[in-house]
Design a binder for this molecule. Structure first.
Ligand code: ZN
Length: 435
């Protein structure tokens, strides 16, 4: 067994609260210490228990590089926390009893990272320029424009308004009617803020930011996915190529239906044909990726970066307790860079975006992690998501200040993964034999 390869000492936890795990790991630590020599290297005796799960070992090795060579790799507390990264319940779930309170909104902390750091100390600096955290900006492009198939859109608004009235929700009905009226006026004079990607580039350039836009890769604009857009539409291809030409990145926004099996590969290939560049990163529409099967589909589809582990608003924060990029399936699987903050058109999350950002930025800095933001490109229209785009502008200013202070590095998702991956290779560590 290579010196840097860790053994699993306790069974995997697929469920259970953090206090449960701490309780259990405290019980077993004494056993581990007894098999560890004074130099910090594991004793020659074979640890008890089953063979290590390669993905857990890899997650530790990738994140901690040189530290993993020490006896810490055998610490069952670390194993337990990293197990959580790969074993959690997908879908809608609240952040848990230890959530941070941000103006009444529960936000999940980087609890696993903190627990690991409590045992092995602060991680080595990992971000460019010695920055203590990375801020990574992404945009889901759910709508390419606001005017295509306008009668279909209008029908949807009328239906929604009628439903709201039938349910007695006059406020929602008024809101939808307001949107319908505003968009109708824009439609009449062919004005469309959503289709204006130059505006995004100008805004982010002003703050020295480069981000990743996740585009859908649908063969048809109208389908069971809804009123979306066709990736081969020349307007879409032109925008994607312009973004990439100026330093932005294009990732795949995988559809809700048909993203398992060969469907994901087809979407990636269609998107690459349109953008004219390799596509590496994926986020599923409605965060609909299943776990862990979704990561396996990504691997088969040739996508090596995922940012799918996150909450559905209003919940926010680090879904599995980690702000660290990691590889849940091990060395040949994709990187997961958890998405910690997603905007929302309405509701408690929409009203607290800046406060949540501040809290999560503190959290990312405290653990040396990455803070991934997701602002939908179509929420640039004030009438569709009141206040959201203005909040985004103020967050960009806050990011600029944090970058200037040397606290934070800003980079596209793909560059952040390349940075971490290069460090992991630098620091070496023997891959564990598959068991
Ligand atoms: Zn989406």
């Amino acid at each position: 067994m290579p010196a840097r390869c860790a053994r699993r000492l306790i069974p995997r936890h697929d469920s259970g609260t953090l206090p449960d795990m701490v309780e259990q790991t405290v019980d077993t630590t004494a056993t581990v210490d007894a098999t560890t020599t004074a130099t910090g290297t594991p004793a020659a005796t074979e640890p008890r228990g089953p063979q290590p799960d390669p993905r857990v070992v890899e997650a530790l090795r990738v994140r901690f590089g040189p530290i993993i060579a020490s006896a810490h790799a055998h610490d069952p507390a670390l194993q337990a926390h990293i197990d959580r990264w790969a074993g959690f319940t997908a879908g809608r779930a609240p952040p848990g009893p230890d959530a941070l309170d941000v103006d009444g909104l529960p936000v999940a902390p980087a609890r696993a990272d903190r627990a690991i750091m409590a045992r092995i100390g602060a991680p080595v600096a990992r971000w460019p320029g010695g920055a203590r955290a990375a801020v990574i900006i992404t945009h889901d492009v759910d709508a390419f424009d606001g005017l295509s198939y306008f009668p279909v859109r209008m029908t949807g608004w009328l239906t929604t308004t009628a439903r709201s009235l039938a349910a007695g929700d006059r406020r929602a009905a008024a809101r939808t009617a307001r949107r319908a009226a505003r968009w109708s006026a824009w439609w009449a004079r062919r004005y469309d803020p959503v289709a204006d990607f130059e505006r995004w580039m100008a805004l982010e350039s002003r703050y020295g930011v480069r981000s990743t836009f996740f585009f859908l890769s649908l063969a048809r604009a109208l389908s069971r996915e809804g009123r979306m857009y066709r990736v081969a539409d020349p307007r879409v291809a032109r925008v994607m190529r312009t973004l990439v030409h100026h330093g932005w990145r294009v990732g795949l926004h995988a559809s809700r239906y048909g993203s398992d099996g060969p469907g994901l590969l087809e979407q990636r290939q269609r998107l690459e044909d349109a953008v004219g560049r390799p596509v590496r990163a994926v986020r599923h529409h409605y965060l609909s990726a299943p776990f862990p099967a979704g990561w396996r589909d990504m691997r088969r589809a040739g996508l090596d970066i995922s940012s799918n582990v996150g909450f559905h608003p209003p919940h926010q924060g680090f879904r599995t307790g980690t702000a660290w990029p990691h590889r849940p399936l091990g060395a040949d699987g994709p990187w997961e860079v958890p998405m910690a903050l997603m905007d929302a058109a309405y509701g408690p999350a929409a009203a607290r975006l800046e406060a949540v950002f501040e809290r999560l930025l503190d959290e990312a800095i405290a653990v040396g992690g990455a803070l991934v933001l997701n602002f939908h490109s179509n929420y640039v229209a004030e009438v569709d998501a009141p206040g959201v785009h203005r909040a985004y502008g103020r967050i960009l200013e806050r990011i600029r200040l944090a970058v200037e202070a040397g606290d934070v590095a800003n980079m596209p998702l793909e560059d952040a993964v390349d940075h971490v991956a290069a460090r992991a290779v630098d620091h070496g560590g023997e891959p564990c034999p598959r068991s």
